[in-house]
Design a protein around this ligand. Structure first.
Ligand code: MOS
Length: 716
């Protein structure tokens, strides 16, 4: 028997407390989170704290060597420890099916396929799961488990000049090129040829990964914290060779994801253990385990070459990025992709390369590619502006492309120039003296910087159902994920407008794979994809209700939608959200400390559904930009292959004391091809933020910092 955590059919709790919007016009009106009260009172429960009767607890054992083979797993002494129920490892775990293309159109990430062989591909690889009656017993036994290895030499040495770099064409080509780069560079009045590096960075979301798996009347039921319940259900059903209908995944509240909450070792090992023991099994990761099990952003080494006429018009643009991947899974951080959208030149070349090392598999992390890529490209633009003696904003305006520089397609709205103009006005850019190193307040040098932001605006197929209830309320069911973004609230506003009722009459049910296929909370596509499906279903429901003569029956009237066919409307244009970032910094020349004093971001990111949570989302991205510029750096030990700083004491992130006044705003930019006008705001906020700060540090000090983070020891 389990405690039911979803499925309450009472009137929505926010009905009495919400800011009431007009019956239509909910979209665009600030609205507090519909689940906000539940979150601040603790009524909202997260995956790791939902009670289950007869629950057993699994604790993962991670390899202590960086490469080799498992020679033995000494289970007998551990099985005799108090409360221990079983130890799963490569000799007794079920074999998984991995030969498929999943819902997102890619093969499964074998990083999640634990205990399939004796190979150890990196330090911190899962080699066993100890399951016990309590979490404490499981952890104690896991720490006591002796695993011996046949160790092999490992290589974790990431650097820009690796001779073994490779390219991989995936969703996008690895290399794009046009024109004669050498000729255009030779003919340029000004040339910038610079290298940038960014370190290994980690998602560090508040809520660690946690999953409980159990068998319930012949169905596998997984309560999890993820970015897409149908995605995780689809992958688990294929891996375990189950009918799609035999798997249900729920994920009601999610304390952050940022790209890391997909299918991972904790869900897969929990399913294995629940199957072996025939009782519910929970696997929770601790922070240290997350550093090697849940993906991260690869370090990058990037080279940018720009050649321009005397007036700053680009003749040549080359952006080359090298990232690392594991020996298990090829994930290439596509940092050079940003140059394919931002600036054109007669000679244009971009390349994303990678090298396979004995490290954990990297993955998507907020603005994958664009975040490190825009640091390099936008810092290089600032260097070119200095070289040309042209204002950095004016330089960008002179290089605004008419069409996608690589795609050749028209832009589905760009509005970057409007962002720069509005941002410059509000930030006071016109008063800026471009010369570096001139503004001094005691030990502090003061500077300002700017950079552009962009991120693709797409949508994925989704289904939704909308039910008109007999009591005049409406229930929306969609397998959306609110990973802290406010998606649940945004969709409530979208549904309210589509149904032409007040938001308080909408009951928004999300985070359950039984609601049918839906796009993940990823790629900044979630809210747009789900809003589209809800709008379709709600529109049809309104028509049905208009023709309904006898009132709504007790069971309600339900309409389902599927956006698969409708998304073709997006195909013929290059669609991105854009933005202009501004930062002011103070650099302490005695301590080397950089303090961001203020930031402003102005974005062109489609129609803004809920200004309250949208601002939070954009500011959150910008704050992460501060973190990326000044703090974050995962450091590996060459000898062990593991982290020196795999916890939140050693891995620094920007916290309240590091964050000044950060303002985010937007210009009018609805997407005419989207039924609600949405583009997407999930990721664009971080893009360019670190470059704006690095450019401000140059303006303060006269020194270019091309390696992140800009630590005090690098300043001095
Ligand atoms: Mo995001 S990196 O698409 O979760």
């Amino acid at each position: 028997m389990t405690v039911t955590t979803t499925g309450t059919e009472t009137a929505p709790a926010h009905a009495a407390t919400a800011v009431t919007a007009a019956v239509t016009g909910a979209v665009g009106t600030a609205h507090t989170r519909v689940e906000g009260r539940d979150k601040v009172t603790g009524a909202a429960r997260y995956a790791g704290e939902i009670p289950f009767t007869d629950l057993a607890h699994g604790w993962l054992v991670l390899s202590t060597v960086a490469r080799g083979r498992i020679a033995s797993v000494e289970t007998a002494p551990v099985l005799a420890m108090p409360g221990v129920l079983t130890v799963l490892h490569h000799r007794n775990a079920p074999r998984l099916h991995l030969d498929y293309i999943g819902m997102l159109g890619v093969p499964p990430d074998p990083t999640a396929a634990v205990f399939q062989n004796d190979r150890v591909p990196h330090a911190g690889w899962p080699v066993a799961l100890v399951v016990a009656e309590t979490s404490e017993q499981a952890r104690e036994a896991a720490e006591a488990l002796v695993v011996t290895y046949e160790q092999e030499p490992h290589d974790i040495g990431f650097r820009g000049d690796r001779p073994d770099a490779f390219t991989l064409d995936g969703h996008m080509p690895a290399v794009t090129e046009k024109g004669d780069l050498d000729a255009e560079l030779a003919a340029s009045a000004h040339v910038v040829d610079v290298e940038y590096t960014t370190p290994e960075e980690h998602h560090a979301m508040m809520e660690p990964h946690a999953a409980t798996a159990r068998w319930d009347g012949g169905r596998l039921d997984v309560v999890d914290s993820n970015q897409g319940t149908t995605w995780v259900a689809d992958e688990l059903s294929r891996m375990f060779s189950l009918d799609a209908s035999a798997v249900r995944v729920r994920s009601e509240h999610v304390g952050g994801g940022f790209g890391s909450k997909g299918v991972r070792a904790h869900q897969v090992s929990a399913v294995m253990a629940a199957t072996a023991l025939r009782r519910p099994v929970r696997v929770v990761l601790n922070r240290r385990q997350m550093f090697s099990l849940t993906g991260y952003r690869s370090p990058t080494a990037q080279r940018v070459r720009l050649g321009a006429d005397a007036d700053g018009r680009l003749r040549a643009l080359e952006h080359r990025s090298l990232s690392q991947t594991s020996t298990v899974w090829d994930f290439v951080e596509p940092s050079a992709g940003v140059a394919r959208v931002m600036y054109d030149a007669p000679a244009h070349r971009t390349a994303n390369e990678a090298v396979r090392l004995d490290v954990p598999s990297p993955t998507w992390m907020r603005a994958p590619g664009e975040a490190p890529g825009a640091f390099a490209l936008e810092a290089a633009l600032d260097e070119l502006a200095e070289r040309c003696g042209v204002d950095p904003i004016e330089l960008r305006l002179r290089n605004e492309p008419e069409r996608g520089p690589v795609s050749g397609m028209p832009f589905g709205g760009r509005n970057l120039a409007a962002c720069f103009r509005e941002g410059a006005r509000r930030f006071g850019w016109a008063d800026r003296d471009p010369r570096p190193g001139l503004r001094r307040e005691g030990n502090l040098l003061i500077g300002t910087g700017t950079a552009a932001a962009s991120f693709p605006a797409g949508a994925g197929p989704s289904t939704a159902s909308v039910t008109a209830e007999a009591d005049g309320t409406f229930t929306v069911r969609i397998a959306a994920a609110d990973i802290g973004t406010g998606a649940r609230t945004a969709l409530t506003l979208v549904a309210a407008d589509a149904l032409r009722v007040a938001p308080a009459r909408i009951r928004m049910r999300i985070g359950d794979s039984d609601f049918g296929p839906a796009m993940i909370a990823g790629g900044s596509t979630g809210t747009r994809s789900w809003a589209w499906a809800i709008t379709l279903a709600a529109g049809e429901l309104r028509e049905r209700l208009a023709g309904e003569k006898t009132g709504v029956p007790v069971e309600g009237i339900t309409v389902r939608s599927d956006t698969t066919a409708a998304l073709g409307a997006l195909a013929q244009k290059e669609r991105h959200s854009f933005g202009a970032q501004f930062a002011e910094v103070a650099v302490d020349v005695a301590t080397g400390e950089v303090r961001v004093r203020r930031m402003l971001g102005v974005f062109a990111a489609g129609r803004i559904v809920n200004p309250l949570t949208a601002r939070g989302q954009l500011v959150g991205g910008m704050v992460w930009g501060i973190s990326m510029a000044l703090h974050e750096e995962g450091i590996r030990d060459r000898a062990s292959g593991g982290h020196y700083n795999g916890d939140l004491a050693g891995y620094h992130i920007a916290t309240n004391a590091d964050v000044p006044v950060v303002e985010a705003d937007w210009v009018d930019d609805p997407d005419p091809d989207d039924p609600v006008g949405i583009k997407g705001i999930g990721e664009v906020g971080i893009v360019g933020a670190a470059a704006a700060i690095a450019n401000a540090v140059w303006h303060a000090t006269g020194v270019r910092h091309r390696n992140l983070p800009i630590r005090p020891d690098r300043i001095l």
